[in-house]
Write a protein of this length. Structure first.
Length: 665
């Protein structure tokens, strides 16, 4: 809807607008000239009569208590025809609540926020709900974009015109809602139009947001599901699968890895969560006043951690859970407070009555430090030894060779005697020379026979030695292969990569969500550029003819104005190119991102969360089994080494003996 030329408030005074502060799917918000305390919301489209009446009723129903916790309409805005086209409201301050309960964004957006600040914010959120309920209204549209938190832990609710408002006997409904914050009885509703919201419905959403504040952004129904298929949050809510409750295991649910154990909270707070999310209590969920009392008591029971003074936790927990959680993930949950400013938790506590304490870990399930310590304790396989050369081993000749050597020795002695006898006969009995010749011939025959035996034995032992040498070389190679440390080193590197990936999963998830957000922004930018047609633009030197030429090449809107595309248009020179690019640049600068239309679809967010959760489970499985797999690899290498050494030892001794035999022969 084009903004009216003259806009007046409920008293007929003209309202002068300043700059636009934000734009949503329903309307835009503007500064009011001369009023730093007020802003104006103007709807894009004409409002139906019922919506105009609702805004008029809300202005009449404003109270000081409502204005303390909400940006409630304080006056109507009308056009020249006296139709309601918007309203005046207090200026919004603070940041979206999800930037506080998410650990990563909290460190940058709320750097001084301790756990006491989170508890105090939760108590103030309950106070905001109490103010709405006491006035007779219902919030209805509960989502993370509708709650803002200041640096003092105060809460402001916006989009109050979507509340269910009760004005005497007239009820103005709430037609919207996000399923992941809706109670089980409203899950699966095709439309919220016509559904009468109740305080008990609100009490469910209030409990969800208190849970996320106390549990570092974890949703109470986002847990590890042990059944088959997926378990979306909406289905888990519908089936009462509270992942942290006493009956969670019977419903095949357990808290996700690294989550704060619920038993570290005071028993009263645990009991309130059980009532808020159980099937038995769905008609009597804890109301805002019950939460205020329990959270005040919890805040007053916080104690500082002995190891880290920036950690606070409930005294009943016994030990600090944040140390264990930070040690498991390597991430930082709370930033040290600036001594000059004091902690944000203390600042918030000073405003509405104090809160001070945190939680404890007895985490159970997978714990990265424990798994990694076990992995590091697995002894690596022993390195390969240098096998001794067989020739260096002490050995004795084999029995056949030893027997041959003994016979040869005796034959040598006999040969000396025979030669001496023959010489004597020849000298002293020359007439018996035939006896001498016969003796020498017999002796020669013995020598010939001994020589043939030695050659045969030496040939056999040489052949056996060569075979043993081949076998020794093969066994040496097998031993070297058996001692190869690479399988152990490769598995250890694989586990190190898994550990690093596990530690970076939150960063990966944040990057994926930023990518989805950037995609939404890019999509809105494309729509914005496509709305500006070249044929409707007044551009010096670019008349109808050139515009027609551009259209022939598919360049019709600001979206298609790109240097490389313009370069393909014949006759379209550098000056015209610069003019068109400057025109597109001006249009881009006028772009205003609509955070409502630009919300990442919940299905895409859940897809990222499910993918990260699945990867988390896979990495936990691999890291949990890492120590046993490393031990199996190390033991396998050791056993193969020992088997190869045993076999090599016998072969080395046999080869040494064969070498000695050959040399002796």
């Amino acid at each position: 809807m084009k903004r009216a030329a003259r806009i007046v408030d409920g008293s007929g005074r003209e309202v002068a607008f300043g700059r636009e502060l934000g734009r949503g799917g329903e309307g835009s918000v503007f500064e009011i000239a001369g009023r730093s305390d007020l802003a104006a919301k103007v709807y894009h489209k004409p409002l139906p009569k019922e919506k105009q009446e609702k805004i008029e009723a809300m202005v009449r129903l404003k109270t000081e208590r409502l204005l303390r916790f909400t940006v409630w309409p304080v006056d109507v805005l009308r056009d020249g025809a006296r139709r309601v086209i918007g309203f005046l409201m207090p200026v919004l301050s603070g940041k979206e609540i999800h930037k506080l309960y998410g650990p990563k964004t909290r460190l940058t957006e709320f750097p001084q926020a301790g756990y006491s600040f989170l508890i105090h914010t939760a108590a103030n959120l309950a106070r905001a709900f109490a103010a709405v309920h006491e006035a007779g209204h219902v919030v209805g549209d509960i989502n993370h974009s509708n709650f803002y938190v200041t640096d003092q832990a105060t809460i402001l609710m916006l989009d109050c015109d979507s509340f269910q408002v009760q004005s005497d006997s007239t009820r103005f409904g709430c037609d919207v809602g996000i399923p992941m914050y809706m109670p089980p009885e409203l899950q699966g509703a095709a439309s919220f139009r016509g559904i009468v919201r109740t305080r008990n419905h609100d009490n469910f959403g209030l409990a969800v947001f208190i849970f996320m504040l106390l549990f570092m952004g974890r949703h109470p129904f986002a847990g590890k599901y042990s059944g088959s298929g997926d378990m979306p949050i909406e289905r888990a809510i519908r089936e009462f699968r509270f992942a942290y409750g006493p009956g969670a295991s019977s419903r095949q649910m357990q808290p996700p890895p690294g989550a704060l154990p619920i038993h570290v909270l005071p028993p009263e707070v645990q009991s309130l969560f059980a009532r808020a999310f159980s099937q038995d209590s769905m008609t009597r969920r804890p109301d805002a006043q019950e939460w205020i009392a329990a959270l005040q008591d919890m805040g007053g029971s916080l104690v500082p951690c002995a190891a880290n003074p920036w950690h606070q936790y409930p005294a009943s927990a016994g030990s600090c859970p944040w140390c264990a959680m930070e040690g498991a993930t390597g991430g930082l949950l709370f930033r040290p407070a600036d001594p000059a400013r004091g902690s944000a938790g203390a600042a918030g506590a000073a405003q509405t009555g104090g809160v001070h304490r945190a939680a404890r870990d007895s985490a159970g399930g997978f714990q990265l430090p424990v798994a990694w310590t076990q992995i590091q304790r697995v002894p690596p396989p022993p390195p390969a030894r240098t096998l001794p050369e067989p020739s260096s081993l002490p050995s004795q000749p084999s029995e056949p060779v030893a027997a041959y050597l003994r016979r040869r020795k005796r034959l040598g002695a006999l040969s000396i005697l025979s030669l001496a006898a023959a010489a004597g006969v020849w000298i002293f009995l020359p007439g018996f020379w035939m006896i001498t010749a016969g003796s020498l011939a017999g002796f020669n025959l013995l020598l010939l026979a001994a020589g043939r035996g030695r050659r045969a034995l030496r040939s056999a032992r040489t052949e056996e030695r060569d075979l043993l040498r081949l076998r020794w070389n093969e066994l040496s190679r097998r031993y070297a292969e058996a001692s190869e440390p690479r399988p152990f080193a490769d598995k250890l590197q694989e586990l190190e990569r898994a550990r690093n990936e596990y530690l970076s999963l939150e960063s990966f998830k944040a990057a994926e969500l930023r990518r989805l957000q950037a995609k939404q922004r890019s999509g809105q930018m494309k729509i914005h550029l496509r709305r500006h047609r070249i044929e409707q633009a007044h551009l010096d030197g670019i008349g109808p003819g050139r515009k027609a030429s551009l259209a022939l090449f598919g360049i019709e809107t600001a979206l298609e104005v790109e240097t490389h595309r313009l370069a393909r248009v014949p006759g379209f020179g550098p000056a015209n190119t610069r003019m068109l690019l400057a025109w597109r640049d001006r249009i881009e600068r006028r772009f205003v991102f609509d955070p409502v239309l630009g919300r990442v679809p919940q299905a895409e967010v859940l897809a990222v969360e499910r993918a990260v959760e699945a990867r988390t489970r896979e990495l936990e499985r691999r890291l949990s089994a890492g120590a046993s797999e490393l031990m199996r690899i190390s033991s396998g290498i050791r056993s193969r080494q020992e088997a190869a050494l045993r076999e090599a030892g016998g072969t080395a001794q046999a080869l040494a003996q064969a070498e000695l035999d050959v040399n002796a022969l």
